[in-house]
Each structure stands twice: as C-alpha cells, then as structure tokens.
Design a protein around this ligand. Structure first.
Ligand SMILES: O=P(O)(O)OC[C@H]1O[C@H](OP(=O)(O)OP(=O)(O)O)[C@H](O)[C@@H]1O
Ligand SMILES: Nc1ncnc2[nH]cnc12
Length: 182
C-alpha cells in the first residue's frame, strides 16, 4: 500500500496541469515532464508491465499518440507484441474503424485487423482516462477483431468525468487499473 502511494506521489509530481488547453474549460494533464524524468518513466513502465503480467496479457495495444509512448516500452519490458491503434487514415492495410467522442472533440480510430486474433488477450495502455470515449472505442475494436480484453491500464483517471462507468460494459469483467485517480 505504501509502495503504491509512493508510486502515485512520484508520478503525480511529474504531471503538469495546463488550464484551458486545448480549449476553454479543459484542465490538460501534460505528461511530458514525467517522460523526461528517467526515474518516473521507468517506474511507470515497470508498473504497467506488472499489470500486463498479472492480467495474463499476450499483447499490448497503445492508443495514438500518448498511448504509443507508454505502451511500446511496456510491451518490450513484458516480452509482448505491440499493436498500434491509430487515428483514421494512417494504417495502410485492411482496418477496423470506430468513431467516438472524447473530452475535447470527436475522432475515429483504426487497427489492422490482422494484428489481433482469437487467441490474444489484450492490455490497452493509455495516459489519461477522461470521458472514456477513446478507451471504449478501442475495446470495441478489440472485440470486433475477435480478441479478448485482458484489461485497461491508464496512468491517470479523471474520476469526475466518469469514464470508468462508461467502460464497464465493454470491459466484460476485465479490470481497469489507474495508477493515479483525481
Ligand atoms: O477519455 P477520453 O475523453 O476519450 O480522452 C482520453 C484520450 O484523450 C487523449 O488523446 P488525444 O485524442 O488528445 O490524442 P493524443 O494522444 O494524440 O494527444 C488521451 O491521450 C486519451 O487517449
Ligand atoms: N484533461 C485531459 N488532459 C490530458 N489528456 C486528455 N484527454 C482527454 N482529456 C484530457
């Protein structure tokens, strides 16, 4: 418990609040100071790799773009494959697509269908869970690809936006783990 609190304290101390970005009314959680600090970045990667091992994940899915920065080192650390979920129009092969709304706007994400199969148990990695729109769309893509969801791991959950409740159905009983809840 103490270790968990120490980790959260370290990580939180490296996240910068930026008011009214990218639009008025949004308090943006900027993780770039954390990424620039080797102690914090390594601690975060180790914690996510532990979640991958505990949940029996076989692949890590990272959500463009910040989920790539966090997810790729987690996959390497845990000895797993990495699958990028990209914003629409960036993947050259046959894709599955899902439209969604997020805290500040709307978008569409895609995955290469051939990167996931029925034997896969997927851990979704991202930095922030806000409304849950992005994570929910990624879980829908994983289900549509025929794979199972091992869990969702996020650095920070903005609990006042209730993304956890939004994800409940798409998680199908898999855990949502956040290292920091504000
Ligand atoms: O829970 P939600 O309301 O869906 O918001 C969370 C998402 O928003 C941010 O991504 P963004 O689309 O801004 O992309 P970026 O990583 O490229 O900045 C963040 O990295 C999450 O993926
Ligand atoms: N407040 C926020 N800070 C950083 N990323 C976000 N994605 C959605 N809402 C966000």
């Amino acid at each position: 418990m103490t270790e968990t609190r120490d980790l959260a304290t370290l990580l939180l101390s490296r996240i910068r609040d930026v008011a009214d970005y990218p639009e008025p009314g949004v308090m943006f959680k900027d993780i770039t100071p954390l990424l620039a600090d080797p102690e914090a970045f390594t601690a975060l990667t180790d914690a996510f790799a532990g979640i991958a091992e505990r949940t029996g994940a076989t692949k890590v899915v990272g959500l463009e773009a910040r989920g790539f920065i966090l997810g790729a080192p987690v996959a390497v650390r845990a000895g797993l494959g990495f699958v990028p979920v990209r914003k629409a129009g960036k993947l050259p092969g046959a894709t599955l697509s899902q439209a969604y709304d997020l805290e500040y706007g709307s978008a569409e994400i895609e995955v290469h269908a051939e990167d996931l199969c029925g034997d896969d148990r997927v851990l979704v990695v991202d930095d922030v869970l806000a409304t849950g729109g992005t994570a929910e769309a990624s879980l829908q893509l994983i289900h549509r690809a025929g794979a199972r969801v091992a869990g969702v791991a996020v650095l920070m959950e903005l609990s006042f936006l209730d993304g956890r409740a939004r994800l409940e159905a798409a998680l199908r009983g898999a855990p949502l783990e956040s290292l920091i809840t504000v």
